[in-house]
Design a protein around this ligand. Structure first.
Ligand code: KG4
Ligand code: ZN
Length: 333
């Protein structure tokens, strides 16, 4: 029998719901983004985000059910992202999920947002194990080994800023609009790698560090403008992008070499980046490894990935009770 999960995602500035069949088929997906509003402030304002989720959530539910041509009664379970993210934003999705589960007497499934990003790779492809998983989002930079479904071992993570956060900060000093990542990528297309920037981390662990790179760029822009010198913005964007992503490539190469694992999935918003995709593909070709990166729509925040990640929990009957609460930090392991 087929399983239909209504999935809810509201961890940051997207209110999203999806109906996902058997953890793979996206029957319907609705994403209401608040991006234009937060762009006015140069970044996500948490208080505004929660309020906009509250305004959007019932409309998003109505829309996704209409698109799916289904009713709440047709759902087998309700899944919701409960961590990590902005607490006030997560709560809106969680309360909606609890209410629906209570009214329609459906099991409630709590999904970690980062695990959702990984399982986005199961929507149009099939994850096989063991595999390496690189999470690159606005709040996280982590390299994991998955020996099996829902089995995680962390190799390393960022010691300070996440790579997405760094993209957003660099965008700001380059006067680019929020969200920074796509705009830095676009500007970098017109530039050359002419600036010498510090390498993120020189050590031999699997950890990352992006705060030094970020500060170096902020200082460089500040110093040049004080001297009245012009910044070659496209060149700086390109130089930053190459240094930031080459570090990811270096750590993933170390993992491919040392673990001998032949599969890599890349997950999270920064996986939308074309340079990252190309470099990871070259690396996987070199090590004869299979690379999975979700389609653009499933790279950034969306509820379909929450439905995909909820399915194995549904099969194992790992349900939550109504005490489920939001958590801003959401360590996978
Ligand atoms: O996964 P995501 O949508 O939200 C979080 O869970 O954080 O990731 C958002 C991050 C932002 O920092 C954004 O600037 C970055 O992903 N991003 C990109 C690109 N698209 C989104 N970074 C680099 N290149 C892109 N094309
Ligand atoms: Zn995300």
């Amino acid at each position: 029998m087929d399983t239909y999960i209504l999935a809810i995602e509201s961890s940051c500035d997207e209110t999203s719901m999806a109906v996902v069949k058997n953890g793979k088929e996206v029957v319907a997906l609705t994403i209401a983004t608040q991006m234009d509003t937060h762009a006015l402030y140069g970044g996500v304002v948490p208080e505004i985000a929660s309020r906009m989720h509250t305004e959007a959530i019932t409309l998003v539910l109505e829309d996704v059910l209409k698109k799916a041509n289904m009713k709440m009664e047709d759902m087998n379970a309700i899944a919701v992202a409960y961590a990590p993210g902005l607490t006030g934003s997560l709560i809106v999705g969680i309360e909606a999920a609890k209410t629906l589960a209570l009214i329609y007497n459906k099991p409630l499934i709590a999904v970690n947002h980062l695990i959702g990003h990984i399982y986005a790779n199961n929507i149009e492809d099939e994850m096989e194990y063991p595999m390496l998983a690189l999470i690159v989002s606005g709040g996280h930079t982590e390299l994991l080994v998955m020996e099996d479904d829902y089995t995680f071992r962390k190799l390393g993570e960022t010691l300070d800023d996440a790579i997405g956060e760094c993209y957003d900060k660099v965008a700001r000093v380059l006067d680019l609009k929020y969200p920074g990542g796509p705009n830095v990528e676009k500007l970098a297309l017109e530039g050359r790698h002419t600036y010498t920037l510090p390498k993120p981390v020189m050590d031999d662990t699997y950890n990352f560090s992006y705060s030094g790179l970020k500060s170096a760029i902020i200082n460089l822009v500040h110093n040049e403008s004080q001297r009245g010198n012009e910044i070659r913005r496209a060149d700086l964007a390109k130089s930053f992008q190459e240094v930031a992503i080459d570090e990811l490539v270096r750590k993933v190469e170390k993992a491919l070499k040392e673990t001998k694992i032949k599969r890599l999935v890349v997950a999270g918003g920064v996986s939308a980046n074309k340079y990252l995709k190309e470099e990871m593909q070259k690396l996987c070709d070199k090590y004869e490894a299979k690379l999975l990166i979700p389609r653009l729509l499933y790279c950034t925040d969306n509820a379909a990935m929450i439905g995909a990640a909820a399915y194995p929990l549904y099969l194992k009957k790992e349900f939550s009770d109504f005490r489920l609460n939001a958590s801003s930090s959401g360590d996978i392991c």
